[in-house]
Design a protein around this ligand. Structure first.
Ligand code: ATP
Ligand code: MG
Length: 582
């Protein structure tokens, strides 16, 4: 059994246990973070996590994993999860992304407000404190201003086999460093002229400990602080401070930050010694990022898909972005279920796309109203049916929820059926319409096929049949007819014509960008097919974003952008069964 299906089995009822959950349980058990209070004396929860995106792009399914993990753990343990924008890098961030990220988190079903307040934070609001902390490190001799050029610094950093060399500025007097840092802040220098570095160990086997930069000059406008600052903290310095300011207990991040953990701890230890933070300090724990087969989650590559118009924008239903999967018809519940089933791993692994699709089917099956859609229409003429009769048929809104009532739709002399439900010369085992065979028109009558009409090229353009007036579904006579095939249909004059967008996986290769491959070579040319279909008339009242199961076809959603009563547009979310399995 693969890890995947093992997790799926374990999580049917209760949240799967995983090593992060285990860690939190053990910290709660030992009372590690118990009894803390904020400066006003208010008690702090024993579990505080955070979701810390950089507002520099649209969130994708990998971020959803992080959101479900951080907010989910806080929810499960009665704790708090802060929503923090890590906006310490001035040039890349935009308000548009802030808005879309907040929207995505809310849509996924999480909230940064709790009884203790509104925990929406911006790292840029901590710039004053971060600056003071950097001054402290300089004055305590834990940091220095380096004035080497970027090239010299890179050269003196060494590499994995060679230790680095100390900067000639490493031992400059504390007062000189402090003075330079203050003048950096005042704008006296150009970008890159000086930089503040932690004084740790240029020979450390961990490159991240070779006097990492903590503050740099950047003459750039910031989306929130404007032109107030021209020095900005480096990510590795800012992140532990942000965590400590927000009283984070468990700081979860992806595996690539494992080598940064010693510096994370170094920063917090020094600042705790300086009286800035109280112990116990936040602790960083790494987990494997979510890799989804048949998808890419690199922000850069997703941007390329949008810019080169390979997809129709960030919210294209083929995109793994949250706006994309939302428009595709995914529900927040399905994504939460998926993240739960994917579990949390300590080592990099791939989760199969079918796990995501399976979660969606499991979520929608009990919820989605049923409806009939004929996607590839062929006309069926019931020759012995009364000319102007519209005979009402009915079907349950949901087969397992009789309380949701019945849908009504008429059967008439002409109905649309699927092209594939007729074969002039049937293949072995084909039980649907062919001359001489009987089938049931689902929820309607049993009909016997009599033949078909063809155009000059021999293409079938209509099928003929006769019906048995005493065979209607739900009547006593129905039982007198035994047929092997049942097909779906909609009345020609009563059907609703709609645009249907048949979406499928964007890539044909399970690992489209693995090992530096060109992901554009793996694009699925059939990932989007737009057709005109005939739907059950009741779908006229579908609201944008409303989901349905089109019987025999799969799950569909009224497109949240383009659908309207006058121009119905439906997207295929997923087929009923996985057709990609081995
Ligand atoms: P960037 O390269 O721009 O930093 P990023 O994907 O790391 O991209 P962030 O905005 O920094 O984007 O990510 C916010 C949070 O989401 C981080 O805590 C990050 O670890 C987490 N995250 C990002 N991608 C994934 C993923 N594939 N699986 C799980 N968590 C992820
Ligand atoms: Mg990041």
């Amino acid at each position: 059994m693969s890890n995947d299906s093992k997790n799926a089995a374990a999580t049917d009822n209760a949240p799967a246990s995983n090593f992060l959950r285990g860690l939190i349980e053990s910290d709660i058990g030992s009372g590690k973070y118990a009894g803390r209070t904020d400066p006003n004396g208010n008690p702090l929860p024993s579990v505080i996590t955070r979701f810390p995106p950089e507002p520099n792009g649209y969130l994708h399914i990998g971020h959803a994993k992080s959101i479900c993990l951080n907010f989910g753990m806080a929810r499960d343990f009665g704790g708090r999860c802060t929503m923090r924008f890590d906006d310490t890098n001035p040039t890349k961030e935009e308000q548009e992304y802030v808005d879309s990220i907040l929207d995505a988190v809310k849509w996924l079903g999480f909230d940064w407000k709790d009884s203790g307040g509104d925990h929406l934070y911006f790292a840029s609001d901590y710039f004053d404190q971060m600056y003071m902390m950097a001054e402290y490190l300089l004055s305590a001799g834990h940091a220095y201003v380096d004035s080497q050029s970027a090239e010299e610094m890179a050269k003196n950093r060494g590499n994995f086999t060679e230790p680095g060399k100390n900067s000639p500025y490493r031992d400059r007097p504390v007062e000189e460093s402090l003075d330079l840092f203050r003048r950096m802040k005042l704008g006296e220098f150009k970008d890159g002229q000086h930089i503040v570095r932690a004084k740790i160990d240029m020979a450390s086997p961990n490159m991240n400990m070779r006097d990492p930069a903590i503050y740099r000059i950047r003459h750039a406008h910031h989306h929130r602080t404007g032109d107030k600052w021209c020095v900005y903290p480096m990510y590795d310095f800012a992140h532990p401070i942000e965590d400590a300011i927000e009283y984070i207990t468990h700081s979860f991040c992806t595996l690539e930050f494992q080598d940064h953990r010693p510096f994370y701890n170094w920063v917090l230890e020094r600042l705790a010694e300086g009286g800035f933070f109280k112990r116990p300090l936040p602790e960083q724990t790494e987990f494997a990022r979510l890799n989804l087969t048949y998808a890419i989650t690199s922000k850069r590559k997703l941007l390329q898909l949008v810019e080169e118009k390979i997809v129709d924008g960030w919210d294209d239903p083929r995109m793994p972005t949250i706006v994309g999967i939302r428009r595709r018809g995914y529900t927040p519940e399905a994504i939460q279920l998926f993240c739960e089933r994917a579990g949390v791993a300590k080592a990099d692994s791939w989760i199969d796309m079918s796990t995501l699709e399976g979660a969606l089917r499991d979520d929608l099956d009990p919820k989605a109203a049923r409806a009939i859609a004929v996607l590839k229409p062929l006309k069926l003429i019931i020759d012995n049916f009364p000319e102007n009769l519209a005979d009402e048929c009915s079907a349950p809104v949901h087969p397992h929820h009789p309380e949701r009532g019945q849908r009504k739709f008429p059967i008439t002399k002409e109905v649309w059926i699927e092209e594939e439900d007729f074969m002039e010369v049937p293949t072995k085992g084909y039980f649907r319409l062919f001359p001489g065979n009987k089938v049931r028109l689902k929820y309607g009558y049993v009909v016997e096929c009599t033949g078909c009409d063809k155009d000059e090229n021999g293409k079938v353009i209509a099928v003929h049949c006769n019906y048995f007036a005493d065979s209607k579904s739900g009547t006593e006579g129905a039982n007198n007819y035994k047929v092997k095939g049942t097909i779906h249909w909609v009345s020609v004059p009563h059907s609703l014509e709609a645009e249907v967008r048949l979406y499928d996986r964007l890539f044909t290769d399970p690992n489209p960008d693995a090992g530096g491959k060109d992901f554009k070579l793996a694009l699925n040319p059939n990932a989007k097919e737009v057709i005109t279909a005939y739907l059950e008339q009741g779908l006229r009242h579908a609201m944008p974003d409303e989901k349905f199961q089109f019987e025999r076809h799969g799950y569909f959603v009224a497109d949240r952008v383009d659908h309207s009563a006058t121009r119905p547009v439906f997207n295929r979310v997923v087929t009923l069964k996985d057709s990609w399995g081995k």
